[in-house]
Design a binder for this molecule. Structure first.
Ligand code: DAH
Length: 339
């Protein structure tokens, strides 16, 4: 019986120590320590032993059982540790691995051009002013010397919110708002959205962008206007750029001019971009009308000034050779990614 017990014990220990999973160990526990185990069988056979032998054998069985339990618990703990290590290994994250790059956007060409113009004028001592897009008829028209019934109103097909409130059709109303609040000298530009009731096509949109400029000081002349705008054109299109002033009419300036720059593509030779002209019209400008100065609260006998207005889409279309304005608003990433 003793031999049998030893054989069972060593078999159990050997199997337990070579078990590879907790499931296997649980099976071995049932096999060697359960109700139908060989140890249990040996205990049952003890009835046939002498009264002296019985306690001795009982103790041997119990100590074999304790030994097996001990080895089993230890094996179980070892395997659990191993299994956890394997699980951790599987879940391990390599923080040094390259990530997937998320696509990043790009600056909108209209923003790029606006910022470039802003930087040029900031560099010449101008400040940036803003005004409301929903504007009083007074600022958008009346104060700019365009009374009700004036034909100039027809050329700017205006969205009316009510009889006296419009979506501004130009950035020029900011001139009046700035003059009302700022004593001269004034040197501002004002970029922003403007609205006109135009049908959409390659060169028209009901919403577009302008940048307004205003300078008011003592003794300002047309020569100052020309000097500033020539410098602007050179910084925008290159040092060899020339400008020319053509007489024009705007109600809020007198005299008024349209300003062309020499074509930056052909340097004035004539090419498809300038339609063979050698010149590209980019600005409206002029000396601020005395009545407009007065409406801004400035004495035209003491001060004079000049103003200009430029279309941002137009600048961007020439700069980036874009032939359809609608591309600026469709936000197709294949277009936008090129800037
Ligand atoms: N506001 C004019 C327009 O929308 C552009 C303009 C022309 C602005 C001459 C000016 C200016 O300040 O002096 O067509």
């Amino acid at each position: 019986m003793k031999d049998k017990l030893n054989a069972v014990k060593s078999a159990a220990i050997e199997k337990i120590q070579s078990a590879a999973s907790t499931a296997e160990l649980n099976e071995l526990r049932v096999q060697y320590l359960g109700k139908k185990s060989e140890l249990q069988g040996l205990l049952k056979q003890m009835g046939g032993l002498s009264p002296e032998e019985r306690p001795v054998m009982g103790q041997l069985v119990n100590s074999a059982r304790a030994k097996i339990e001990n080895v089993l618990e230890k094996a179980l703990a070892d395997i659990k540790n191993k299994e956890r290590e394997i699980a951790l290994q599987k879940e391990k994250i390599d923080v040094t691995m390259n990530g997937k790059a998320a696509p990043i956007g790009s600056r909108h060409p209209l923003s790029l051009v606006t910022e470039e113009v802003e930087n040029i004028f900031l560099g010449m001592g101008f400040q940036i002013a803003t005004g409301p897009e929903v504007e009083l008829d007074y600022y958008n028209f009346e104060a700019l010397n365009i009374p009700k019934g004036h034909p100039a109103r027809d050329s700017q097909d205006t969205f009316y919110i009510s009889e006296n409130v419009v979506l501004r059709s130009q950035t020029s109303p900011v001139q009046i708002r700035v003059m009302e609040e700022t004593p001269p000298p004034i040197r501002i530009i004002s970029p922003g959205r403007v609205y006109r009731s135009d049908a959409v096509d390659a060169t028209h949109s009901p919403l577009f962008h302008q940048i307004e400029g205003l300078v008011v000081d003592k003794g300002m002349t047309m020569a100052d206007l020309k000097g500033i705008l020539l410098e602007f054109a050179k910084r925008l299109y290159g040092e060899d750029t020339r400008i020319r002033l053509r007489p024009h009419h705007f109600p809020f300036t007198e005299p008024s001019a349209e300003i062309d720059v020499s074509c930056f593509a052909c340097k004035g030779e004539g090419c498809p971009i300038c339609k063979g002209e050698g010149w590209i019209e980019i600005l409206g400008a002029g000396m601020v009308h005395p009545r407009v100065l007065k409406n801004g609260g400035i004495d035209p006998d003491v001060y004079s000034g000049f103003a200009f207005g430029v279309g941002v889409e137009r600048l961007a279309m020439f700069k980036y050779a874009v032939d359809d304005m609608r591309l600026f608003y469709e936000n197709d990433v294949r277009f936008l990614n090129q800037f």
